[in-house]
Design a protein around this ligand. Sequence first.
Ligand code: NAD
Length: 291
Amino acid sequence: MEIRKIGIVGAGQMGNGIAHVMSVAGFEVLINDISKEAIDKGLASIQTNMARQVARNKISQSDMEKALSRITPKEKLTDLGATDLIIESATERETIKQSIFEDLVPHLLPHTILTSNTSSISITRLASGTDRPERFMGFHFMNPVPLMQLVELIRGIATNQETYDACFAVVEKLGKTAARSEDFPAFIVNRILMPMINEAVYTLYEGVGSVRSIDTCMKLGTNHPMGPLELADFIGLDTCLAIMNVLHDGLADTKYRPCPLLTKYVEAGWLGRKTGRGFYDYRCDVPQPTR
Ligand code: NAD
């Protein structure tokens, strides 16, 4: 089956990035968010990011205009039902995702494929609450979506080959690379990345190093383009904590226990770049460490 029309749920940093790349690749996009403000902010980010691509000669002005005209904001979630593919990219909380799929199901076309951009939650469990576990899978983009080459494709236990092939073809049309992961907590990228970020937070918590020294060590000592704390701020500390909890609960191993300092930052609402403060304070011209 060929995918032409895509519904995206959630217009946050990932949802708007997904809408951006899909529209540039020629797909028709409907985008929804529970917050009208988030939709407006998401559309504004898409404009800014596309304009940046025009300035760098990655796309032409006319490509940008055509791409923007292919994106339609929808305030009603159920308006996304009549699409070929839905990519759910709302907040990383299982109950939120379950209720989105529950509301969508009665409005879907028989062939609509349901996917989630979840970083960690069981695809099989999300699928089992819908009427189409065989047409359900994980479609996991990396942040920032327009720049990152990888898409992890995750098959739930019931996902059929036609669904996998259709999603694989979408990734190819985007010019990105798909890697297949089995459906275990946090899949491949976050199974490896998040324990490292969590360990960096423990290193800070135990006073082994400051924010700056930890990030400098990992950037200059291991050639990572960003330090782990800077990267955590970029991802969102709420998302990092949610993923650690999924690893901890799903694998029942204490080595995945989230660092209490990570929890404290989330409790403070210091979620990283998206709220202006995390391990760094972004409200100044040059980000300043908060510890
Ligand atoms: P975000 O906080 O930037 O955006 C989440 C959006 O979901 C918000 O705009 C919120 O209003 C919206 N939302 C919440 N409940 C909703 C509902 N019921 N219906 C519609 N919209 C709703 O978060 P994000 O970083 O964009 O993460 C979204 C998803 O992408 C999560 O599942 C996350 O794990 C995954 N993800 C994140 C990253 C990352 O680096 N941040 C990378 C890959 C995947």
